[in-house]
Design a binder for this molecule. Structure first.
Ligand SMILES: Cc1cc2nc3c(=O)[nH]c(=O)nc-3n(C[C@H](O)[C@H](O)[C@H](O)COP(=O)(O)O)c2cc1C
Length: 299
């Protein structure tokens, strides 16, 4: 989840028995290697790293494959050469997909598992089908473990995806409210206040990342369209403050200042499950215990 998914969040999720994912989109390869090595010493759990295909840096992938248990790719056609590169480093390779075609391409490329992302998802959305339609069709065409993603924020939704045949679930938006995430407090307040129908799939926040629909809070679209200036704020990147242009794809972290309401406030339909800030371990426990109770009671 970009800059908001800190190594602290990934470690806390991994410590709780789930898979902790990081994305280090702006880091050079030596920093990727160092961050992942640091994570390995901080948690005995499973940690993976995600790469966005439009911003791919092969040195970073190579460094990651040596250190992480899982290397995942998103937002591009699956490529065998990348899968081979990550396998050479010893990592499992995953691809987040938005269609049956992409699922088949990922399987043909040699991926170890897939993430099927429905259009309910927060952040950038790859496909055009809701989660359960996509999951059903992907399970028909590939013989790989499939993780369900998009709109899953409660144990009821988690149990439903598992009952429908998913091998695991991915949860994004709900972890924006984890104490370990680097989320701007105003963004968090807006997530807590929002209902699922207050999210929208749009292409408004496309500066730095064009041609990539994304689900955000509708209020963010309205505020950015109404915002009169060209710069909505600033963020601390490394040591320096960087201006955030209007319609930037960057979402606000704790060090972001400016018109937070008019920035890319990514949120999935799962936002209704975001009730308050909570430690990541508590979120994992609530989801898993609730889903186990639901699935157990139906056996
Ligand atoms: C703030 C935010 C940032 C995200 N960043 C990434 C990313 O960098 N790479 C990626 O593969 N998916 C990213 N996603 C999408 C997730 O992988 C996942 O598909 C989505 O969160 C699932 O839907 P949910 O948000 O309703 O749980 C992001 C999602 C959010 C909400």
């Amino acid at each position: 989840m970009g800059m908001v998914a800190t190594p602290e969040l990934a470690a806390a999720v991994a410590d709780a028995g789930a898979v902790g994912m990081v994305a280090l989109p702006l880091a050079p390869s030596d920093q990727v290697a160092a961050e992942l090595a640091g994570l390995k010493s901080r948690t005995a759990g499973v940690v993976g790293i995600n790469f966005l295909m439009p911003f791919l840096n092969l040195d970073c992938v190579e460094a990651a494959a040596d250190q992480a248990k899982i290397v995942e790719f998103f937002y591009g056609t699956p490529e065998r050469s990348l899968v081979e590169l990550t396998h050479r480093g010893g990592a499992l390779t995953a691809w987040q997909v938005g269609s049956e075609l992409e699922a088949c391409q990922a399987a043909d490329a040699g991926c170890d598992f897939l993430i099927a992302q429905g259009t309910e998802a927060g952040g950038h959305v790859r496909g055009a089908m809701g989660l359960f339609t996509l999951l059903d069709r992907v399970l028909d065409v590939v013989d790989l473990p499939v993780v369900a993603a998009g709109g899953i924020g409660t144990s009821r939704m988690m149990a439903a995806a598992l009952a429908a045949g998913a091998d695991a679930v991915r949860v994004g938006t709900r972890f924006l409210a984890a104490s370990e995430a680097d989320v701007n407090p105003e963004y968090l307040d807006r997530l807590v206040a929002a209902n699922p129908e207050e999210t929208v799939l749009t292409d408004v926040f496309s500066v730095m990342w064009p041609d990539a629909p994304h689900r955000v809070l509708r209020s963010a679209v309205e505020a950015s369209l109404a915002y009169p200036g060209d710069v909505v704020g600033e963020v601390l990147l490394g040591e320096s403050r960087t201006a955030i242009p209007k319609y930037s794809a960057l979402c606000p972290t704790r060090t972001t200042i400016g018109e937070i309401a008019a920035m890319a406030l990514y949120a999935g339909e799962s936002v209704g499950a975001v009730k308050r800030e909570q430690p990541a371990a508590e979120i994992v426990r609530q989801l898993v215990e609730g889903a186990e109770a639901l699935l157990g009671s139906r056996r």
